[in-house]
Design a protein around this ligand. Structure first.
Ligand code: PLP
Length: 404
């Protein structure tokens, strides 16, 4: 798809047409959550108008229909991340739940006193805290890969941390606070050479480039639907079949069993073993619609469009006195984090909001990364397929108002 087409995509997102504080909306907070295209909103509406029932329970028409839609969505996700098998796709609430699922089950099955989990200094809290909880329960500990002044993942330091006690590496694919793209392929290769499995946090990656879990060869990959034009409350954990077979269940309940007696329970096969309770069919349907939408545009084209916007925005914020970009890695996702001398991130965000510019202000749930750069927070503009130069120009105009 060409640049001209991108200029029309804003119209696919009805919310972007609303005025905010009397101004055109420049929505630059897609790393927090994306807006939803008509196609996704319509899929949700159709689901409740025509197909709603509980899954895997009845023999009636609608129950079969809801089950088919849910399983078709699983197959759609499999294709999107190029997993080898649909049963390697577990539906969860989002990235946070996906990582908690692995931390809790891996922790119970594989972590012992003195073991180590390796994370990086740029992780989102959801890829730190679940591991801390698992480590605390097992008597294990975290080792942290430092990051450079530009926000790069320091690969040589990472290599030094891999040792005989390392049980798992959990790192982000793209940093939500700095934008850094981490060298995930090399990380997986190096960890596997030491027999260590790898979990990748793909929350900020999947909406911006094609992800191929087989090519990455990661053991687990986690992401949220809502950052990918799909509804909130649906997300994905990809896990290699051998891991999903080996780990114990996360939660117990309906939908995840073959047989229950008071003496013992036989669990269903993965992925159902990890999907206790009534599933989010609506969310899965919305996610499948979102994947159809982005793949029709093309992940490579989306990536190019956003990279061009990031370059334009990075050049233009240079016009603002006292503005410092936090996170200047060579390879970056669609994220521009910055501070302005003499103003807190909240103050910057509040002035931008008055100009109809929506950015995230604060620590981005990545306090250790903020402290690494000596700041308590930043303002963060993040880009999606519906953004354009007009959004960036509106941001720059609003930043001039902050300076005034
Ligand atoms: N990991 C990263 C890198 C994120 O950016 C986010 C959300 O901002 C998360 C994890 C958590 O995602 P969710 O809140 O959708 O579970």
């Amino acid at each position: 798809m060409t640049g001209t087409h991108f200029s029309r995509l804003r119209d696919d997102f009805p919310l972007l047409a609303r005025l905010v504080r009397g101004r055109r909306l420049a929505y630059l907070d897609s790393a927090a959550t994306t807006q939803k295209p008509n196609e996704v909103i319509e899929a949700l509406r159709r689901y409740y108008l025509e197909d709603n029932a509980n899954t895997h329970r009845g023999v009636h028409f609608l129950s079969d229909r809801a089950t088919d839609l849910y399983e078709a969505a699983r197959e759609r996700v499999r294709r999107f991340v190029n997993a080898a098998r649909a049963d390697e796709i577990v539906f969860v609430r989002g990235t946070t739940e996906a990582i908690n699922l692995v931390a809790a089950t891996f922790g119970r099955a594989c972590l012992r006193v003195g073991d180590e989990i390796v994370v990086s200094a740029m992780e989102h809290h959801s890829n730190i805290v679940p591991w801390q909880i698992a480590c605390e329960q097992a008597g294990a500990g975290l080792r942290v890969v430092p990051i450079g002044d530009d926000g790069e993942f320091l690969f040589e330091e990472f290599e030094k941390l891999i040792g005989p006690r390392t049980r798992l590496v959990a790192v982000t694919h793209v940093s939500n606070a700095l934008g850094t793209v981490t060298p995930v392929r090399r990380i997986v290769e190096r960890a596997h050479a030491a027999g260590v499995p790898v979990l990748l946090d793909g929350a900020q990656a999947v909406a911006h480039a094609a992800v191929d879990v087989q090519a990455l060869d990661c053991d687990f990959y986690a992401f949220s639907g809502h950052k990918l034009y799909a509804p909130m409350g649906i997300g994905v954990l990809y896990g290699k079949a051998e891991w999903l077979a080996r780990l114990p269940p996360y939660q117990g309940g309906g939908h995840m069993i073959r047989d229950v007696t008071f003496e013992r329970t036989e669990y269903d096969a993965p992925p159902r073993k990890y999907e206790a309770g009534t599933p989010n069919v609506e969310g899965a349907v919305g996610l499948a619609a979102a994947l159809d939408y982005v793949e029709r545009i093309g992940m490579a084209a989306i990536g190019e469009h956003e990279a061009a916007l990031l370059d334009y925005a990075t050049a233009r914020v240079g016009e603002i006195d006292g503005l410092r970009v936090i996170g200047t890695a060579r390879e970056k996702g669609a994220i521009l984090s910055f501070v302005v001398d003499g103003f807190t991130a909240q103050e910057v965000g509040t002035v931008l909001d008055r100009h109809g510019v929506a950015v995230r202000s604060g620590h981005h749930c990545a306090l250790p990364a903020m402290r690494r750069f000596g700041v308590e927070g930043t303002a963060r503009a993040s880009f999606a397929l519906y953004n354009n130069r007009e959004d960036v120009d509106q941001l720059i105009e609003a930043l001039r108002a902050v300076r005034r």
